[in-house]
Design a protein. Structure first.
Length: 95
């Protein structure tokens, strides 16, 4: 399964309308740098970054449930004090 046929194709949230950032996609990888997340904005306003981080974990769970061969990494997260969120997703070979 290539990354273009992943959960992102069927995701029901208006990602491009609400989130701001850039992404690169090829057959096996997806790299996204998110500069604005509406959820993070609210959690930061409420001082609830720790709760927001729990919500961020659903990205990993959703991707793995859709395809257990997905390797998901988030090396940066605005709720941890970073300027942007970075998501790196790769479909591992099924050997």
């Amino acid at each position: 399964m290539c990354i273009r046929d992943s959960l992102s194709k069927y995701y029901d949230m208006p990602l491009k309308e609400a989130w701001k950032g850039t992404s690169k996609v090829d057959e096996v990888t997806y790299h996204s740098e998110v500069s604005f997340c509406p959820f993070a904005k609210v959690w930061k306003e409420k001082g609830a970054e720790e709760i927001g981080l729990i919500y961020c974990e659903q990205d990993i769970a959703l991707m793995k449930a859709y395809n257990p061969n997905i390797n998901f990494k988030r090396p940066k997260n605005v709720l941890k004090g970073d300027e942007i969120c970075i998501l790196d997703v790769k479909v591992e070979s099924q050997e």
